[in-house]
Design a protein. Structure first.
Length: 753
């Protein structure tokens, strides 16, 4: 969503009690009529659709049969921008989230209160509430742990319920085609299998809390630059084998209530009126039973959008209220299409349990949230370099120079509609104030305090890193220098380059020259270049680590936790190695990065659409680097450990399409190894890259061996045949590769078709 700059709105604190009463009134027998809805009368205490032995589809049909045309139209659009825009209408039942759809009280259908919730519940402070900031979802993907993903969704689901929401609009699964994309921190990396499984399990965990889930932005909303005007050009085979495959896998796992269509065009049609994407692929091929909602103001028509498969317009109603009523009356849109829209909304509400188990406002548990966030962060942080085993640090270390990125007070978070309110305000801003659009926010999880707790006798100093010379001076006399660097990313803009901003590269180089025992901690929204790579003794990628980030970092730095995360995205040595060395459209005309051009002096001019031709096709990330024989700085799937592992005894089973092998911990510490399985398709497929086909996270004690069997995902062993409009497995032998990363596969075998 593209949202304007916003401060917390004090006006709605007084509405908290009204909102809570409205939620409690969701019990059908007590629901009054509202507005233009049907005349008030007592609800049937036991209408047939409240029979929980019936399927969600049966229950939805029973409700639908009782609805008026006005009531049907009421469920296919929101009421406007609400609290997101000053002066917009906010009904008392609207609890202050990103969207609101009035329910049908007389039929026991509750209001839909939708919340931005990519990495935690947004705008919780609006009601004086607390919300847990989880690690970025890109960071969570680095855990390669589907159980951690499920836990991630569970945290958000229980806190959404506690705040009174019954639908999340998080769930980003767009692939990292553009590594400088401002929203990559909300997504799950570059590989469709990893991204699909991690996002699918996250949404499954969320919906297990009886909150409706959402997966977005469908599809190819892979950059923020010009997102409202660009047209993605990509052939059908490449679409199905890349981003759409990630959606297919995630949707099959989660069975989400909603899928949100993106802002951009794909092959000439807006995503929210794209018959191929919505009707042919999503609803037919993926058999998606939920409803398609537009991104905020991502709807562009009435008839075309309705016929193409859009089910709900957000946030307002310029196209799906009176205009849709008229289109139905004129015969341009069949009545059956409206009934299908409404059925999809209703059956999703029944399937998720929001009708049988409406949320009851309560107090979230911040301590459980923090502990869960810390656990996920501990699994997500990736050790990229550890020369001379400088890590883990000893608690008896005498002196530490801590430098940069406000590491004395907090950890960085990502911006835009994923921005969670920091408890007490921005830890790096002495004036605090409300959360503002695209303003960096640091959460009060202090690396300095957490590191000091691990090394209580160490002399700890802090330098802000603004002056490279001063930073180097502070580091020179210390036994260890720990440099924190950051890359702030947000919805609504992309990074111009993969370089660290604000001359941080020069600062790291100066510190590393002054102190040979320099450790660098990266707080970034995605991959960055590292011209100082050879000078730093150790490098950790912490992503945006969440409210438990400092504690997690300290636990890894001092060896209380063994690092086991692995990269879900390739780190290029330079932008020149990417499929598109510059972000497409970034410099074509003066514009803000959401696509609204600025003619200078505050004047506006009409936006000019442009094509984004993804010539790399399905070769996203490591597949591009493999096929072009380019050496990345750090490859997909890479991550070091404080222990070592050995692989042996690879066997393949063509009948079950599975592989088995043994992993042994050959080091002195317990640790988890993420064993990765890749497949090279037969020559008949015409590919020159490998595909991730499966993985397993394996905990091992020192000296312990474990034999594992991994079933290969059949879609990763298939190609999409456009002539047959389906997946087919190519003829010939498959080469199976197993190891700790995409570029380190010590085991290899051939498996016949």
């Amino acid at each position: 969503m593209y949202l304007p700059r916003m401060r917390l709105i004090q006006l709605f604190r007084a509405a908290t009690l009204l909102a809570a009463l409205a939620l409690l009134a969701a019990v059908p027998a007590t629901m009054p009529a509202q507005g233009t809805r049907a005349a008030a009368k007592p609800a049937d205490p036991s209408p047939p659709w409240m029979d929980r032995t019936l399927s969600p589809d049966q229950r939805a049909d029973l409700v639908l049969a009782q609805m008026t045309q006005d009531e049907k139209l009421q469920l296919v659009h929101g009421i406007g921008w609400g609290v997101l825009r000053a002066g917009a209408r906010v009904p008392p039942e609207d609890i202050g989230g990103a969207g609101f759809v009035p329910g049908i009280k007389r039929l026991g259908i509750p209001d839909l209160n939708l919340a931005d919730s990519a990495v935690g519940v947004r705008m919780a402070a609006l009601h004086g509430r607390y919300a847990t900031l989880l690690p970025s979802t890109l960071g969570a993907a680095a855990s390669w742990d589907t159980n951690a993903a499920y836990l991630y969704g569970s945290v958000m689901g229980r806190e959404l319920r506690a705040q009174g929401y019954n639908m999340s609009i998080g769930g980003g699964v767009d692939l990292a085609r553009e590594p400088r994309n401002g929203r990559n921190f909300e997504y799950a990396g570059e590989d469709p299998l990893l991204a699909g499984r991690m996002t699918g399990n996250l949404e499954k965990g969320l919906q297990a809390q009886q909150v409706m889930g959402d997966i977005k932005h469908y599809a190819f909303n892979d950059q923020e630059t010009g997102r409202n005007i660009l047209n993605v050009v990509l052939d059908e085979k490449a679409m199905r084998e890349s981003d759409l495959l990630a959606f297919e896998i995630a949707i099959a796992i989660a069975q989400p209530a909603g899928v949100m269509c993106g802002y951009n065009k794909t092959n000439g049609d807006w995503d929210c009126e794209n018959d191929y994407l919505l009707n042919q692929v999503l609803k037919h091929d993926f058999a998606f039973k939920g409803f398609v909602l537009s991104d905020w103001e991502g709807t562009h028509s009435t008839v075309k959008a309705a016929l193409a498969g859009l089910d709900q317009e957000q946030p307002g109603a310029p196209y799906f209220s009176d205009a849709l009523r008229k289109a139905i009356a004129d015969g341009q849109v069949p009545q059956a299409r409206l009934d299908d829209m409404v059925h999809r909304v209703l059956r999703s509400m029944f399937a998720a349990g929001v009708i049988d188990h409406p949320p009851v406002p309560s107090v979230p548990d911040p301590f459980q949230g923090r502990d869960d966030a810390q656990h996920i962060a501990e699994e997500s942080i990736v050790l990229l370099k550890n020369s001379s085993a400088v890590l883990p640090l000893s608690p008896s270390v005498r002196s530490i120079a801590l430098i940069g990125s406000h590491a004395d007070v907090g950890v960085l978070s990502g911006g835009g509609s994923a921005q969670v309110d920091a408890p007490g305000g921005d830890a790096a801003d002495p004036n605090h104030g409300g959360t503002q659009w695209q303003k960096p926010v640091y959460f009060p999880s202090s690396p300095l305090k957490s590191i000091q707790a691990k090394a209580p006798r160490a002399k700890l100093t802090y330098n802000d890193g603004a002056d490279p010379t001063a930073a180097a001076t502070s580091a020179k006399g210390a036994e260890i220098a720990i440099v924190f660097v950051n890359q702030y990313m947000s919805e609504g803009r992309d990074a111009a380059t993969s370089s660290l901003p604000d001359d941080q590269d020069a600062m790291v180089s100066a510190v590393a020259a002054a102190n040979p025992r320099t450790i660098v901690v990266l707080e970034t929204g995605g991959p960055v270049t590292m011209p100082w790579h050879d000078s730093a003794q150790a490098i950790l990628e912490a992503w945006y680590p969440g409210i438990g980030g400092a504690q997690a970092l300290a636990a890894l730095l001092f060896g209380d936790v063994n690092p086991s995360g692995k990269l879900p995205i390739t780190f290029a040595a330079s932008d020149a190695d990417l499929p598109h060395p510059q972000v497409i459209g970034l410099n074509t005309q003066p514009r803000n990065t959401s696509g609204t051009p600025d003619g200078g002096n505050g004047a506006r001019r009409p936006p000019v659409s442009f094509d984004v031709n993804y010539t790399e096709g399905a070769r996203v990330g490591y597949k591009w680097f493999d096929s072009e024989k380019k050496q990345p700085l750090f490859p997909f799937g890479f991550g070091l450990s404080y222990t070592t592992f050995a692989y042996s005894a690879l066997k393949t089973d063509a009948a079950t399409q599975s592989v088995s092998f043994t992993v042994r911990n050959t080091g002195q510490r317990a640790g988890d190894e993420i064993a990765e399985v890749y497949v090279e398709l037969p020559a008949t497929a015409g590919e020159n890259f490998k595909r991730l086909a499966g993985w397993q996270r394996i905990p091992l004690a020192p000296g312990e061996s474990r034999s594992v069997t991994i079933k290969l995902d059949p879609l990763t062993m298939s190609v999409f045949d456009t002539a047959k409009d389906g997946w087919t497995m190519p003829h010939g032998s498959f080469r199976i590769l197993v190891g700790p990363s995409s570029r380190d596969t010590p085991l290899a075998a051939t498996m016949a078709e």
